[in-house]
Design a protein around this ligand. Structure first.
Ligand SMILES: Nc1ncnc2c1ncn2[C@@H]1O[C@H](COP(=O)(O)OP(=O)(O)OP(=O)(O)O)[C@@H](O)[C@H]1O
Length: 613
């Protein structure tokens, strides 16, 4: 059975995705909404340069470009077509059409990749055929490099540790049975140079990292060496701030029987620990988003590099990180492999867990015990989503214990309840912002998060931002929001959408606009700015699930789109639900829930297979 292929649809003959002047198969697949103009353009240009006129080869290159655009690293040509019989096409584009099966003239799968491999495009290394997959050269090289660097790290001698001291301190920092799982993970991590530490929310990852760092800092001091140089990093500023706070909380927690005991010496050794973004750690270079100051030649000075939220790290960023970490430094990659993968191409964390896990099980330390009992229903919901059983998910949602609930989009009372809660929340943020209480407004803004799968459409971020602004405006007797000609207003929650190294702001940072006398200032990431200085910023009454990665809120409302939406996947649903600490409201039909649980966000990559060896 041929899997349906996602395509865009449009009634507009001037749609920018239509490639002017395309011919042959490229034209057919462009007009069918499988390829965009950009895919066609790259394929045509590269093929023209080397004089490749085999249409099936051109189509293969365009599909490789398309694959990267959609988050894959490569494309499996064998997955298309039906041995040449033509494949079904699933129409799901902006035109909002439903499912429509259109046969397409797919080249016969047998021999297609071989033809590409024998073409001048492969000879000139524009594309690579490897592992039965087709890559654009850059991604093949990055995947190969990530594999080589990881394998080299695994083959290097284990770092020296003082075992008796390690065991003694581990018993202090991870006491008794309650911390046995984390103790084992920390000990294993301390004894190796590379570890992937996995676990869902509340599984004690940060607690493990804090204890591990204390263990390693103590080892460094006792071996007579200098102070341990530690890098704590995350893909977004928000996630980095959360990591830093959580580690600081763990280190500073009041001693209690049965709890980790951090001594004054531990705190001294780890004093001044700061977390930052991965981009900042690697050293941003003006004019390049894929090359950094630290690389294979100018390695990072750190002895230990801990990366949190690794699921958000793309293949390119992982390649840059691995080449920058000293071969003898410890690398600890922390994350939840069940979450959505990076926005850019790759599914690195999931690949590492499968690939490295099969190669050497000890590399992956999995934390599975849930330590947040107050949100057990959220844990049950997340587990049911992971388990892939839609009826189990619906049963958890129906149990109605006040922690998780499902609101049908036709349930007027339910939607009125949602409107009331969103309005009250926005009013609370605004009240604090009007009073000049920045810390209060920021904390309040974090209490509820409205998450959407899409940016556009009736269940998208843009619509719901306008909606909440309208409700807030009505409730507060003011015209608020860009639609009402008042883009900036006290209580406007904001999301930074691009890195601004000058201002020290990062894509994904969140904040709120606060009144200071007559003026408005945006408080973001511990600093405040005149609102006129912020360029790339969006309103944050609602946000996409993708953007919410690396952050959490007390209550989360997830708006599920129509079941046909291809973005609606198990990974998206799981990520959305696990943003909540205390309460989750899912707005959607039971069919949307079923579709979300059953559809996987599959990405084509060869990394897991490469690592398996
Ligand atoms: N072994 C344990 N026994 C009891 N409580 C624990 C244990 N480990 C962690 N906790 C507590 O559980 C909560 C979650 O732990 P932690 O923050 O380390 O998890 P996490 O995996 O980093 O979670 P998240 O990714 O959601 O932030 C914290 O309040 C922590 O103090």
């Amino acid at each position: 059975m041929t899997p349906a292929i996602e395509r865009w649809t449009s009634d507009d003959p001037h749609d920018a995705r239509l490639a002017r002047g395309a011919t042959g198969l490229l034209r057919t697949f462009n007009e069918a909404g499988v390829l965009t103009a950009a895919d066609v353009h790259v394929a045509r240009r590269t093929a023209d340069v080397v004089g490749e006129d085999d249409e099936t080869v051109r189509l293969a290159v365009a599909l490789a470009v398309r694959a990267v655009r959609q988050g894959s690293v490569c494309v499996d040509l064998g997955s298309f077509g039906d041995g040449g019989g033509g494949g079904a096409v699933d129409a799901v584009g902006t035109g909002g059409a439903g499912t429509d099966d259109v046969p397409l003239p797919w080249p016969a799968a047998g021999g297609w990749l071989d033809r590409v491999a024998a073409s001048p495009l492969a000879e000139r290394s524009v594309v690579r055929a490897d592992l039965g997959l087709l890559y654009l050269d850059r991604y093949w090289r990055e995947e190969q490099q990530v594999h080589d660097d990881l394998v080299a790290r695994l083959g290097a001698p284990a770092p020296a540790v003082d075992e008796p001291l390690l065991e003694r301190s581990a018993a202090r920092l991870f006491p008794g049975d309650a911390y046995a799982e984390q103790r084992a993970a920390a000990l294993s991590t301390a004894r190796r140079s590379t570890t992937v530490l996995t676990g869902g929310p509340g599984r004690g990852k940060t607690t493990t990292v804090a204890g591990l760092l204390a263990l390693l800092a103590e080892q460094a001091e006792h071996s007579g060496g200098r102070r341990l140089r530690i890098a704590l990093a995350a893909p977004t500023g928000k996630a980095a701030a959360r990591l830093q706070e959580a580690v600081a909380d763990a280190l500073g927690a009041r001693p209690e029987p049965g709890r980790p005991e951090f001594t004054a010496d531990d705190r001294r050794r780890l004093s001044g620990l700061q977390a930052g973004t991965l981009h900042r750690l690697l050293g941003w270079r003006p004019g390049s988003s894929t090359r950094f100051r630290h690389d294979r030649v100018g390695r990072l000075p750190h002895d230990v590099v801990v990366v949190d939220e690794t699921s958000m790290v793309s293949l390119t960023l992982m390649a840059r990180l691995l080449e920058a970490v000293r071969p003898d430094a410890r690398l600890v990659l922390v994350g939840d492999p069940d979450q959505l993968a990076s926005v850019e191409a790759g599914a690195v964390l999931a690949d590492l867990v499968t690939g490295l896990g099969e190669r050497d099980g000890d590399v992956v330390a999995a934390l599975v015990t849930d330590h947040r009992s107050e949100s057990a229903a959220i844990t049950r919901l997340a587990a049911a989503i992971q388990g892939g059983d839609p009826e189990a998910v619906l049963a958890v949602l129906a149990a109605g214990d006040g922690v998780v609930e499902l609101v049908h989009p036709d349930d007027e009372a339910g939607l009125t309840g949602l409107q009331d809660e969103l309005t009250r929340h926005a009013l609370d943020v605004r009240g604090l912002a009007l009073a000049g209480d920045a810390a209060g407004a920021l904390a309040m803004a974090e209490r509820h998060r409205l998450l959407c799968a899409h940016r556009a459409g009736p269940w998208g971020v843009a619509h719901w931002n306008r909606q909440v602004e309208r409700w807030l405006g009505e409730a507060s007797g003011a015209y608020l929001g860009a639609a009402a000609g008042a883009e900036w207003y006290p209580g406007r929650p904001v999301l930074i959408t691009a890195n601004d190294y000058g201002l020290g702001l990062f894509n994904g940072d969140t904040g709120v606009v606060v009144a200071e006398g007559e003026r408005l200032r945006a408080h973001v990431g511990g600093a405040s700015f005149a609102v006129s200085r912020l360029g790339d910023v969006e309103t944050l009454h609602a946000m996409t699930v993708h953007k919410s990665q690396g952050s959490q809120a007390e209550t989360v409302t997830v708006l599920l789109p129509d079941e046909a939406a291809p973005l609606l996947t198990r990974e998206l649903f799981y990520t959305a639900v696990t943003r909540a600490r205390r309460r989750v409201r899912v707005v959607g039909t039971p069919d949307a829930v079923r579709a979300a649980v059953e559809r996987r966000a599959r990405r084509a990559t060869g990394l897991a297979a490469r690592l398996r060896g």
